[in-house]
Ligand binder design. Structure first.
Ligand code: AMP
Ligand code: ZN
Length: 116
């Protein structure tokens, strides 16, 4: 499995070729603010390695997925979200996935939101 897709916009963000407002970075993942937020806080948690969709994860990826989900409450706390949040992964065509690099939306802050 390739780790970097030169045509992938999120791989370009990981590589620093496209700017993003980063909220967290570690060995496995990058977190940055969504360019078109639905809510006061809207970040995307992505693996640094290119995985197209949640349907493409392998048996060795449970640790990565657990790390992504486990980060969410910490990120929201650090970003001042105190009243709950949503976590969302769109997968494939019927899942209305737009960017084919696995990402988890983490969305919070006071309502009303523009979407969701
Ligand atoms: P989806 O694939 O439908 O789960 O959503 C893709 C998300 O990526 C959308 O919410 C977009 O606003 C967001 N997005 C697309 N390009 C960028 C970018 N360059 N920087 C930050 N967020 C982006
Ligand atoms: Zn990618």
């Amino acid at each position: 499995m390739s780790t970097h897709d030169p045509n992938c916009i999120f791989c370009k963000i990981v590589a620093g070729q496209i700017p993003a407002k980063k909220a967290h970075e570690d060995e496995q993942v990058l977190v940055f603010h969504d360019i078109n937020p639905w809510a006061p806080v809207h970040v995307l948690v992505i693996p640094k390695r290119h995985i197209a969709t949640l349907a493409d994860v392998g048996p060795g990826d449970e640790g990565l997925l657990g790390h992504m989900l486990g980060l969410a409450p910490r990120l929201m706390r650090d970003l001042g979200v105190t009243n709950g949040f949503r976590t969302l992964i769109n997968t494939g065509k019927d899942g209305l996935q737009e960017v084919y690099h696995l990402h988890m939306h983490v969305i919070g802050g006071p309502r009303p939101w523009t979407k969701g």
